[in-house]
Design a protein around this ligand. Structure first.
Ligand code: PMP
Length: 416
């Protein structure tokens, strides 16, 4: 299977160009002119490179990166084996560039029903190398030099560099947590946009808005009312919407995932993006929707994942962290301020507390997770730098091992 999308290659090249790698590529080339394109200034940081390395070195339990450590469902593996092991050797050769005809046909039928649109498989559907490539293509195709693109914080970290790669300017607007009464558990639904603040971001140069619902990292599922507000502003200012819906099937507690493309005036200005990897627990496939009859999509992973979510929340709570209940995705974010005294001070450093905490946790406790500040733009990294994102798409044994670490940690804290 193809594992790397175009932007990943870019990251590798940048790593090398910046001397981070030991490759023969640029580091030995001794070029006198700048290697990196100017528009990439400030986008050469990649949290994943650092945290994947830390996890590989120190972690006993890795709840950092967003992939499953349990097998994809049997029907999916069987379908895969049938396809690659069958007599139709043409399946190993080029197919139609914008998507294998039987696949786009089934996607058009399926999503046409959900969106209330008659979809033409050849015109309305495109298969990409994962949702990542779909995002990359969207920005490259839609954003011109000088265009502004509104990104809601916290956000999946590739949006910012992808917008910049296309020559656009990201404009950030935050989801702000409501102040709740003491002891009241917080839900990702309590993180909301301020309507006036959102409206103030739309202007002459706004070309597009990136929406991610359910949201990585918070697990927030935007309500119909929230989407309506976004939709009205997009329509009023004639702005496009890139709607990243890769977690569309991972929604908990009976919550409804509303597709913004189905709201009035939005179909013609929205690109909805999905991922077979997220839907079918097979992130390594890096394919759009590989298997998509409703029959299969119905018994998705949400129920199983909801149990894992609740379990991890209990473990984190018992250890003294304050989780925010996610309404969707397979991530949850927990407030770790109570652990401030565990982590050595770093005088003179502007590294957010959550990042120092995550590094300290993996090195000292063997538990890997990702700081929330990684999902904020540079100037906003310290705004909510007290949260950690945990991935719960993990098998029972992994969650059990995480629980053991947390329990032991709690006992050590309690000991005089
Ligand atoms: N969008 C979001 C919000 C994601 O979290 C991810 C993967 N972490 C992607 C897109 C990329 O999906 P894919 O693996 O299909 O490229």
């Amino acid at each position: 299977m193809i594992r790397r999308a175009v932007p990943s290659l870019r990251h590798v090249l940048l790593e090398r160009a910046n001397g981070g790698g030991r490759s023969l590529c640029f580091s030995k080339a001794k070029m006198s002119r700048p290697v990196q394109a100017q528009r990439l200034e400030g986008v050469d940081q990649n949290i994943w490179v650092e945290f994947v390395k830390l996890a590989a070195t120190y972690a006993t339990v890795n709840l950092g990166q967003g992939f499953h450590d349990f097998p994809p469902p049997a029907f999916l593996r069987e379908a895969f084996v049938r396809a690659v092991g069958g007599d139709n050797h043409m399946l190993h050769q080029y197919t139609r560039a914008f998507g294998h005809p039987p696949l786009v046909k089934i996607l058009a039928e399926f999503f046409g029903k959900l969106l209330g649109q008659e979809l033409d498989p050849l015109d309305n559907v495109m298969v990409t190398v994962g949702a990542y490539q779909a995002l990359f293509c969207c920005f490259q195709a839609l954003v011109d030099e000088g265009d502004e693109v509104i990104i809601i914080e916290p956000f999946f970290d590739c949006y910012e560099p992808m917008v910049k790669m296309a020559g656009g300017t990201p404009v950030f607007v935050p989801l702000r947590p409501k102040v709740l009464g003491a002891g009241k558990p917080m839900s990702s639904a309590d993180w909301q946009l301020d309507p006036a603040e959102l409206a103030s971001k739309f202007g002459e140069r706004t070309k597009a808005l990136v929406l991610n619902s359910p949201n990585n990292p918070l697990g927030k599922v935007f309500s119909r009312e929230e989407l309506q507000l976004i939709a009205e502003l997009c329509v009023k200012h004639d702005v496009l919407c890139t709607s990243d819906e890769v977690y569309e099937w991972l929604v908990f507690d009976g919550k409804e995932h509303v597709r913004i493309a189905s709201l009035p005036g939005m179909w013609e200005r929205t690109i909805s993006i999905g991922s077979a990897g997220k839907t079918f627990s097979a992130t390594g496939w890096k394919v759009g929707w590989t298997v998509g009859p409703p029959r299969l999509l119905q018994h998705l992973l949400a129920r199983e994942l909801q149990g894992k979510r609740d379990r991890l929340m209990r473990s984190l709570e018992a250890a003294g962290m304050t989780p925010i209940v996610p309404e969707g995705t397979y991530f949850l974010v927990a407030d770790v301020s109570a652990f401030a005294s565990d982590v050595p001070e770093a005088p003179g450093s502007d590294e957010p507390f959550d990042s120092r905490f995550a590094k300290w946790m993996v090195k000292n406790k063997g538990l890997a997770a990702i700081p929330l500040s990684a999902f904020y733009s540079g100037p906003h990294k310290n705004d909510y730098g007290r949260f950690i994102r945990f991935c719960f798409a993990k098998e029972e044994a992994t969650l059990e091992a995480a629980n053991d670490i947390l329990q032991k940690w709690k006992r050590e804290k309690a000991a005089p």
